[in-house]
Design a protein around this ligand. Sequence first.
Ligand code: SF4
Ligand code: SF4
Length: 104
Amino acid sequence: MRKEENRKLTVLDLPVGDIVEAGTAVTFHTGSWRSQRPVWDKDKCIHCLTCWISCPDSSIKIAPDEKKTTVVTGIDYDHCKGCGICASECPVKIRAITMEQEKK
Ligand code: SF4
Ligand code: SF4
């Protein structure tokens, strides 16, 4: 790595008179931080999509089924950081997502 790349960035490095690009986790895996993982039970799931709406990392995977209804298809473990919001927001009588200890 060049010496120039190691220097500390300052406010002077920001573009002048420009809109800074929004941050995104698409290019790195937040899943590596996880200590617990959500486990989805497809047989219990009623596809209410509450977990999908609630996930702060867009890690609930959805897709249209054969009737063109949007359904949950799984969890993106590359980006899920294990916050547990999906599990706590899944309707109490259903509990189709449970949190389990991450196996490293
Ligand atoms: S909140 Fe629970 S029941 Fe609703 S779609 Fe998600 S996993 Fe399925
Ligand atoms: S544990 Fe958190 S980050 Fe992972 S799928 Fe659930 S809500 Fe999203």
